[in-house]
Design a protein around this ligand. Sequence first.
Ligand SMILES: [Zn+2]
Length: 233
Amino acid sequence: MKILAISAHPDDIELFCAGTLAKFKKQGHSIAMAILCNGNKGHFEIGPEELASIRKKEAEESAKILDAQLFIGLFPDLELHVNQQAVEKVMDVIREVDPDVIITHSPDDYMMDHVNAGKIAIDASFCATLPNYKTKIDKVTKLVPVFFMDTASGVNFQPTEYVDITEEMPIKEKMLLCHQSQYKWLKEHDKIDYVEFMKALSAFRGTQCGVKYAEGFRQHLVWGRIKPYRILP
Ligand SMILES: [Zn+2]
């Protein structure tokens, strides 16, 4: 299978679903990561253009660990809105990747880029199946299952499916640490060690399902996207 994770920012995938992606990868599936925003507003001291280029390099380092196809920075931070232009840009990503499963943000997440990325991912993946909806990439994809990944620190999110990522934790941590600009910034500015932040959520989800570390998901249950078997590893 081909797994496509669609997130808002560089580091969201690492925080909420990289363990599951690593597990999919270990089972022989291929991974694509689409980071819709360029991360240009995630710092108070480094300017937007320099920051976007730093964060692109960091995301590339992280994607390389899973040998993942990477799309990044289709929009500046906080300029990701649910409209036709955004849907069409993401349709082209989906048409290029032709995924079997999509993982994206939950509608209940804490900020607009996350919520909008999730909404756009669902709309674009539907539109990409329609031959009469023409975009740059002349290809029609299938309607595939969508899973919502955890929210920031798990607030307002009760998973219905869990993936044991105990063995994948070193990979998840290594991927997250590729995002050094954010790691340092959050530590200095917000006093958050976001490796600890990530581990706390993974340990909490692990406690809920009886393993050391886990990631939690909810499936987007709508007609046409449901399968009669488990998809997550
Ligand atoms: Zn984010």
